[in-house]
Write a protein that binds this ligand. Structure first.
Ligand SMILES: Cc1ncc(COP(=O)(O)O)c(C=O)c1O
Length: 500
């Protein structure tokens, strides 16, 4: 053991290196930072010149298989590795011809905002500091966007999946006939049920499972020809459950389904929920931001009457990952669903953590939270709601253009209506079995992907394999869709000839 004198000497010895993660040479770090920023914007500016996607090289995989580094390397060496092994092999969603799943492109202002927020490294637990106020302002703008009252509450979350989980948690805890938060659903002495169309995203099913209701408690209601929920069938399912002694809790409506972009009749759902005293949760992960466009807003009539709305900024508001949101009309119910008192989180009479500031942990699952709001705030302030709405409108027009190109080509078939920004289509030929068309269409999709031309993803529409093109991309141009339609038809014809 060191005696007191040795201890003091060691502590004050100027030659002893004190551990810190700050750079020894701030100037070098700053220089590297400038280089990174220049490279980053060069890379974004030239994105159209690159392949959308390519498989990872063996060398890149090998680098990413290395064990835990005990000693560090020079930051510029590691940056070189990042360029060669990481950035060279992206998912592809910053590219103008990436239309898989529902994945946003992000925007350059969002890149800068992420850098600023990383430097602040603020934990947005709430309390009296600017990041809290920025998030509250973004939530106020979100309420305006969906048509919610100013006294509604909300919270930014990682994405639509968690937003759906938070919304349905509030629904269950606010409406169940027992205190399920305390006793659990098993001890409530009653079965609780929720309702959504067969086209609903699987995150809703996951949420119902996580709530302990069992995924069977989510009644999947059939859809009409346009993939919208059949409201009379929904009313029957609710009546049947009530007759069997169960307690219906919530209906989930879709403002843009994941498969085809269908919009459920939201006003009719709101009427039914009012009559039946049920919670109306709307999964607007895709569609809700389109309410920024006065042209598109009428499609979502009734959304503003929901009890809760989930949506994403990282999809159709082009904000970098991750950024989702849940809004709840009844702020007291929202808060009651998540508040868990703890001595270490008790408020102080003044200062940073005083009682009159928000504690975001009372509105969701996370306690520690990133500064998601900054990139949304900076994007909306610099580019404005109008410019975002114009990009959304352009994506809707592009979806209509692609649908028109498909319908004008006898080798292509549109598989679903296109109310919004998702086009499901396929290559087709007379007299060819669906199983063979499925195989040919999958091959077309893989060829486009592997040659780096375009990325679309598959889904099934009425059993047929569809090339699903979901357009939440502010970089796409009309000629990109002309290329896609041309490539699909041309590749399909060649693949069919090869099989004959
Ligand atoms: C309609 C819908 N809801 C929810 C989600 C889940 O959103 P996230 O991926 O942000 O969790 C998606 C994702 O595509 C979606 O399309």
């Amino acid at each position: 053991m060191l005696d007191q004198q040795e201890c003091t000497e060691t502590i004050h010895d100027p030659d002893v290196r004190r551990p810190t993660l700050d750079p020894e040479n701030w100037g070098e770090m700053r220089g590297l930072g400038h280089r990174m920023l220049d490279d980053t914007f060069d890379w974004l500016e030239s994105v159209r010149e690159r392949s959308v996607w390519q498989p990872m090289s063996t060398a890149a995989r090998a680098l990413l298989d290395e064990p835990l580094p005990i000693e560090g390397e020079d930051a510029s060496t590691v940056y070189g590795q990042f360029l060669r092994a990481v950035r060279a092999f992206p998912l592809g969603n910053v590219h103008p011809r990436f239309w898989a799943w529902v994945i946003g492109t992000g925007s350059p202002i969002g890149v800068l905002a992420e850098m600023l927020s990383a430097a602040m490294n603020v934990n947005v637990v709430g309390g009296d500091h600017a990041a809290t106020r920025v998030e509250l302002q973004v939530l106020d703008w979100s309420k305006e966007m969906v048509g919610f009252p100013a006294d509604a509450s909300g919270i930014l979350v990682s994405g639509g999946s968690i937003a759906n989980l938070v919304g349905l948690t509030v629904a269950l805890r606010a409406r169940a006939s027992a205190d399920v938060t305390r006793v659990g659903v098993g001890a409530a002495g009653r079965e609780f049920t929720m309702y959504a169309s067969t086209e609903t995203h699987n995150s809703v099913r996951k949420a119902v499972g996580l709530l302990g209701l069992g995924t069977d408690a989510l009644r999947l209601i059939p859809c009409n020809d346009r993939f919208e929920i059949d409201v009379p069938a929904l009313a029957c399912a609710i009546a049947d459950d009530r007759a069997a002694g169960r307690q219906p809790i919530a209906v989930v409506g879709n403002a843009g389904t994941v498969n085809t972009g269908a919009i459920d009749p939201l006003a009719a759902l709101a009427d039914l929920c009012e009559r039946e005293d049920l919670w109306l949760h709307i999964d607007g992960a895709i569609g809700a931001p389109a309410r920024l466009s006065p042209e598109i807003t009428p499609l979502f009539r009734g959304l503003e009457r929901a009890d809760s709305v989930a949506f994403d900024f990282h999809k159709w508001l082009y904000v970098p990952y991750d950024a989702g949101c849940i809004l709840v009309r009844d702020a007291a119910a929202h808060r009651a669903a998540f508040t868990e008192p703890a001595a270490y989180l008790a408020r102080t009479s003044r200062g940073l953590w005083s009682d009159d500031t928000v504690a975001f942990g009372d509105y969701g699952i996370e306690l520690s939270r990133p500064f998601r709001a900054l990139k949304i705030w900076m994007a909306l302030k610099t580019l404005g709601a109008r410019r975002h709405a114009e990009c959304i409108e352009a994506n809707v027009s592009q979806a209509k253009l692609l649908a028109d190109l498909v319908q004008a080509d006898e080798d292509l078939e549109l598989l679903a209506p296109v109310p919004l920004n998702i086009v499901c289509f396929r290559f087709t030929a007379p007299g060819v079995f669906d199983a063979d068309l499925d195989a040919i269409n999958e091959e077309i999709l893989l060829g486009l992907q592997e040659e780096g031309i375009a990325v679309v993803m598959q889904t099934r529409v009425r059993g047929k394999l569809a090339l699903r093109t979901a357009i939440t991309n502010h970089r796409s141009r009309p000629e990109d869709f002309e290329l896609l339609a041309r490539e699909v038809a041309g590749r399909g014809r060649r693949l069919l000839d090869d099989r004959r």
